[in-house]
Write a protein that binds this ligand. Structure first.
Ligand SMILES: *Cc1c(COP(=O)(O)O)cnc(C)c1O
Length: 215
């Protein structure tokens, strides 16, 4: 069930500057359609198979964000339609995205995932060093728009804030990593911490349970 009140309140809080990605993983297409009918167009999914099953059942103008961990051998399934891949965590994966984008005759937008949390279970590069070869790799079919990160799962909101602050610092410091294409997207913040993320400079939040209920 979609929580319409939360949706309206969050849209209001975010205004026009911050993009809301509604995270619909494990939720039925009827729930996605309900939010779509309220005007929502950006939706996020974590699992390739689930996304590939849902996409054809829903309106074609939905912008699908892939926010999960992406394996190189699965890129081909989402390459024809994905709007933004948030979790690019290696140069190898970016090369595969570039290859599949070329096959589909399109440009695919990506965010580099940064590991800001203390848990090892989370993915991403700690310091972006992984991506130093990016410019020489001549990946013409992808556009790197910015960074994405997830804070530690904790009640300690000071820690969460510090981690988001660190990510914003990396975002600012590496803004010109790609010559002539300054970073414009900083994807950080989920249901439990999006307000802090916004205070720390997020431009895109990924919210699931507040909109669709607990999973
Ligand atoms: C599930 C998920 C979210 C949304 O989490 P909620 O706590 O339900 O808002 C955001 N980002 C990523 C990467 C996720 O996997």
């Amino acid at each position: 069930m979609v929580n319409v009140d939360n949706y309206r309140r969050i849209k209001d809080e975010l205004g026009d500057r911050i993009t809301l990605v509604a995270v619909s993983k494990t939720k039925p297409v009827a729930d996605i359609k309900a939010l779509y009918d309220l005007g929502q167009r950006d939706f996020g999914e974590n699992y390739v198979q689930e996304l590939v099953e849902k996409q054809p059942q829903l309106p074609a103008d939905i912008r699908w964000h892939y926010i999960g961990h992406l394996q190189s051998n699965k890129v081909k399934y989402i390459a024809p339609f994905v709007h933004l891949i948030h979790g690019a965590d290696s140069l190898k994966l970016l090369k595969e995205i570039n290859k599949q984008a070329e096959k589909n005759n399109r440009i695919i937008d990506c965010l580099l995932q940064v590991h800001i949390a203390e848990e090892d279970t989370k993915h991403g590069s700690r310091d972006l060093e992984e991506f130093t070869g990016l410019n020489d790799a001549a990946l013409d079919q992808i556009r790197v728009l910015g960074l994405m990160g997830m804070a530690t799962f904790t009640e300690d909101m000071n820690k969460v804030r510090q981690e988001f602050h660190h990510l914003k610092t990396l975002f600012d410091q590496n803004r010109n990593l790609i010559p002539n294409k300054p970073f414009s997207v900083l994807s950080m913040g989920m249901s439990s911490d999006y307000k802090i993320a916004v205070e720390e400079g997020s431009t895109m939040v990924r919210i699931g349970s507040l909109l669709f209920g607990e999973r």
